[in-house]
Design a protein around this ligand. Structure first.
Ligand code: HEM
Length: 409
């Protein structure tokens, strides 16, 4: 990064660089509805408990008291009547059993629920029931064939959620998405703790309450709720070229992907994995640029933390691996089917789970039975697999604050 740019960004945030000041600003600005606040307190309490389990679990593995989990952390298909194995998903197993009992007692009918979804009136208790059902997409790294988004489909500024539609974890059209299903899908597919998955949706809770939490993906991009200026993969709302390109905020931008996640450095060397330092620098440059070029640039501590929070997801879920991040962000690669072009002639792809053909090189670890020199298909699993109960809010906050403090330092 150019030294001048870094200095300028550094100067801008100098007055905000204490952790205590940052927390105080956050508490002042983030005042959602009372009910959402109460729910968040409850979610945080459960989250501390899950974080404790995650830490103890890792400690027990280190002390060789228990064995580490098998590599695949995305569960196989399950339902209230056939829960996942207790040994690997104890909480989900117990939960499925309880829901089975609840369904029996309340005479619950699945077809009634379809009717509700069709008319955007989801019964409140589906928020509880959805956690007990999973189609099994992604188990052992088997994601469905990616579906290239078409012009009539709905997509949002969040690549993580668009990936869900590409692989049919929510409806491929991205329309009439039930929030409860979407939240469950991010939790299972990316091994994110239920508390964290709910917390990610919480800023939109009051916005979608009156529509029964059923919406088209594009509605998630309402400016300045979660969508914010100076993000790495999307232009600022005010600078987006709406006349030429109505999808400017919801489609991948190849130039931005190549800028932050170049496959190769100069002289053809492969780029190393991204670290928190790299993300902090990138965020810092984007903020400086937006301040300079965007007359309507808006930024506050919540938006800054949401920006660093997205980087935390890229770091913790995708392990900061550049080639994986490129696919997640929707980069146009050779032979990618379904590439579209904007009115100004720019090609763009669609967000998908990383899946590449990898050649085994000397000294590299390969799946069993794949000798050196041969190729195999990558079976992608989230890097959060090391945490038994998924990435919790506390763990995510730790990485987010780390990135934010570095960006401001
Ligand atoms: C309910 C859950 C979620 C909601 C409502 C949500 C919403 C959003 C929104 C509105 C943006 C646009 C920010 C902007 O560029 O202005 C965004 C960005 C992003 N989200 Fe999500 N998201 C969710 C979950 C996830 C998950 C689970 C992942 C990853 C696995 C993810 C990864 C990202 C990434 C990588 C960005 C781009 C950041 C950037 O361009 O700097 N999100 N999200």
């Amino acid at each position: 990064m150019a030294k001048g740019q870094r200095d300028e960004a550094h100067h801008m945030h100098k007055s905000n660089s204490s952790m205590i000041r940052l927390t105080a600003q956050l508490m002042q600005q983030n005042r959602p509805q009372l009910t959402v606040n109460i729910a968040l307190v409850f979610i945080f309490l459960v989250d501390f408990w899950l974080t404790g389990f995650n830490l103890v679990h890792r400690l027990l593995i280190k002390l060789k008291i228990i064995k580490p989990l098998p590599e695949n952390c995305v569960p196989p298909a399950f339902s209230p009547t056939s829960p996942p194995p207790f040994a690997q998903w104890p909480l989900t197993h117990i939960f499925c059993r309880l829901i089975h009992l609840y369904n029996l007692l309340t005479n619950y009918k699945e077809d009634q629920r379809l009717h509700h979804e069709l008319y955007c009136r989801k019964p409140k208790n589906d928020w509880i029931r959805d956690w007990a059902t999973w189609e099994g997409i992604g188990h052992k790294g088997e994601w469905t064939e990616p579906y290239p988004a078409k012009d009539e489909d709905s997509r949002c500024p969040c690549p993580g959620l668009n990936v869900l539609a590409t692989h049919g974890l929510i409806h491929q059209s991205g329309r009439k998405v039930a929030a409860s299903k979407m939240v469950v899908a991010i939790s299972r597919a990316f091994n994110i703790a239920p508390t964290m998955a709910l917390q990610l949706y919480s800023p939109l809770f009051s916005t979608f309450s009156d529509r029964g939490h059923v919406f088209d993906l594009e509605s998630i991009g309402i400016a300045n709720i979660i969508e914010h200026d100076a993000s790495l993969l999307r232009p600022d709302y005010f600078l987006a070229d709406w006349k030429q390109d109505r999808t400017a905020m919801t489609r991948p931008h190849q130039d931005m992907i190549d800028r932050w996640f170049p496959a190769h450095l100069k002289h053809g060397k492969l780029k190393d994995d991204m670290t928190d330092r790299d993300f902090a620098e990138a965020v810092c440059v984007r903020r400086a640029e937006s301040r300079k070029r965007n007359r309507q640039y808006s930024s506050n501590v919540v938006q800054s933390l949401i920006g660093s929070g997205s980087c935390c997801l890229m770091l913790n879920v995708f392990g900061g691996k550049v080639l994986d991040l490129r696919e997640m962000a929707g980069s146009v690669e050779r032979d990618l089917p379904g590439v579209r072009t904007t009115a100004s002639g720019e090609d763009y792809g669609y967000e998908r789970m990383p899946a590449r053909t990898i050649k085994v090189k000397e000294g590299e670890q390969a799946p069993e039975g794949c000798p050196m020199g041969k190729t195999y298909k990558q079976k992608w699993q989230p890097a959060t697999g090391k945490w038994m109960f998924g990435m919790t809010i506390v763990q995510a906050l730790w990485t987010t604050f780390n990135i934010e403090m570095r960006a401001r330092a």
